[in-house]
Design a binder for this molecule. Structure first.
Ligand SMILES: NC(=O)c1ccc[n+]([C@@H]2O[C@H](COP(=O)([O-])OP(=O)(O)OC[C@H]3O[C@@H](n4cnc5c(N)ncnc54)[C@H](OP(=O)(O)O)[C@@H]3O)[C@@H](O)[C@H]2O)c1
Length: 252
């Protein structure tokens, strides 16, 4: 069983903690937060210690006393610099979901990957990453098809979805092919429509709840375990998995 420490216990971290606790492949050993404040009453509090780790020294002492095999980070970009040297020194696996790393943060993460397995992914759901991979394949096979991207989110979301922009970039279509609809409380809906002359293909992903981030983190941990030290994106891990599945199908 892989021993995991979770960094961050906000909206996403709380959902991820539930998934990791329910997954028999993992032992969620502890959770690190910025503050030691008691979580809100509504928060699902897992049956593990919650620590406030504010400095690199705190991290070193905590990991000496509470060793783990992997860190899963759903906190803030700055945490990377607090625990980074421990990842390097102890060769910990790192799954970081932080969406807002600067170029300098990512450079630092790359340096850690010389001594550890590091995954950084601004989008960590299996479903969206699978949709992007399928859309890229279809775009290669049918470059003549018209392509439109539709994204739907809750009424208050002001900006065009970052995921929709990532999809557009991945399949090399202009961002003005994205249509955004704002409706009620939709959590997140992304659709890529391929218009062929005599048929239409629609690839659709709908988010149901934040626990999908936990499923993605669990997938990443399982795949990283089979990798060499290095820096990986979610695409890399997904492609490795698909290649392996295809080889098994072909009897290799
Ligand atoms: N890649 C993806 O698909 C994906 C999906 C969802 C979220 N995310 C990322 O996950 C992160 C959290 O999102 P959220 O919506 O859950 O935010 P949030 O509700 O604001 O929660 C942030 C959490 O991080 C903790 N934190 C902040 N600085 C820390 C530090 N230095 N050390 C340890 N913990 C620290 C906070 O501690 P306190 O509780 O003590 O304040 C809080 O628990 C964001 O960076 C977001 O981009 C990524």
């Amino acid at each position: 069983m892989i021993k995991v420490g979770l960094v961050g216990f906000g909206k996403a971290g709380q959902a991820v903690a539930q998934v990791l606790q329910d997954d028999p492949r993992y032992e969620l050993c502890w959770i690190a937060r910025r503050s030691a404040a008691t979580p809100a009453k509504s928060a699902p509090v897992p049956d593990v210690p919650i620590a406030a780790l504010a400095s690199p020294d705190d991290w070193g002492q905590w990991l000496d006393a509470h060793p783990v095999d992997a860190l899963v980070d759903f906190s803030r970009p700055e945490s990377l610099h607090l625990y980074g040297e421990q990842v390097r020194r102890r060769g910990l696996m790192l799954v970081s979901a932080i969406s807002a790393y600067s170029a300098a943060d990512l450079d630092y993460a790359h340096t850690l990957a010389k001594d550890a397995r590091v995954l950084c992914s601004p989008n960590i759901t299996v479903g969206i990453n699978f949709l992007i991979m399928a859309a890229r394949l279809l775009r290669k096979i049918a470059p003549f098809a018209d392509v439109e991207i539709v994204e739907q989110h809750f009424r208050e979301k002001p900006e065009v979805s970052g995921t929709a922009r990532k999809i557009a970039q991945s399949i090399d279509v202009d961002e003005d092919r994205i249509t955004s609809l704002r409706l009620g409380g939709i959590v997140g809906h992304h659709e890529v429509i391929f218009g062929f002359p005599y048929q239409t293909v629609r690839l659709i992903h709908s988010s149901i709840e934040r626990r999908a981030f936990g499923t993605g983190a669990a997938f990443a941990l399982a795949e990283l375990q089979r990798c060499e030290n290095g820096f990986y994106s979610f695409d890399d891990l997904m492609m490795r998995r698909v290649r392996n599945e295809l080889l098994v199908d072909q009897g290799h």
